[in-house]
Design a protein around this ligand. Sequence first.
Ligand code: C2E
Ligand code: MG
Ligand code: MG
Ligand code: MG
Length: 278
Amino acid sequence: HADLAMYRAKQGGKDNITFFSPEMNAVDAARASVETQLRGALERGELHVVYQPLHGAAGEVQGAEALLRWRSPLLGDVPPAAFIPVAEDTGLIISIGEFVLREACRQLAAWRQAGKAVTCVSVNISPAQFGRDDFVALVQRTLQAHRLSGRDLELELTERMVLRRVEEVARKMSELRALGVRISLDDFGTGNSALNYLLTLPVTTLKVDRVFIQALDQTPGAYRVVQAIVALGHGLGLDVVAEGVETPAQLMQVRELGCERTQGFLLGRPVPPEDLTL
Ligand code: C2E
Ligand code: MG
Ligand code: MG
Ligand code: MG
């Protein structure tokens, strides 16, 4: 991606204000051009949201995860892994994250109006967004603006945010829970979080990272590891989601292990809202 982005940035010619110096390596240069282009991407309408279904144990669509997409005229389709970190470092994630939350709520309300049976929309939240003083108020305002209840929304947070400022995180989570908003720990098992935080934070869901799900087909012992994570979640009264399910064998195993929800390319890829089969 780095080489491609740099190539495209160079092709951009005079209008592109990315500077390349000999000391800059390809990765730095690509990142600089991502940053240049990302400023203003929202205003230029280059960002949009796609939705990946979350299925219940019986295979029915329960909800959808909102995933951000960026189509840059200069850089092409830039994957979130290449621009979310840049958005986080530059503070752009605040306005971009607000856009995703608003879009997801607007879309859920539209599905409801169209009589579709989507129960919930899940939105990824960066630590910098969650850390804002007005984050809970923003969520509340956005729900109200679209006449949604807190139960319609699930926020996906990663373990790395849970490790910092635990008291503040706990307070905000409790406020969100009081609104009915559910809180999922995304990519669970890959961070280096201490398990005791699970006892003190009012999270509702563990989303088992896809490396564990994919290992089910390949690594002896992976089944036992997922089983242990499910037991941990259920022991704490949380529901457990398996992400990244790609094969029928993985699906069979995670259902057998009691994961309440499943998500992955086998069941449905992220698609524009009009293409989501509900
Ligand atoms: P995530 O929240 O863990 O999202 C799951 C990622 O795995 C998505 O990639 C999804 O397309 C991909 N995926 C889903 N099922 C499968 C599967 O069966 N196999 C494989 N190989 N991959 C699968 P995506 O959309 O590229 O997003 C990557 C990450 O970027 C997300 O990971 C999330 O951390 C971040 N992200 C995406 N949208 C947003 C956003 O609006 N805000 C924030 N803060 N982060 C976002
Ligand atoms: Mg997620
Ligand atoms: Mg995830
Ligand atoms: Mg993940």
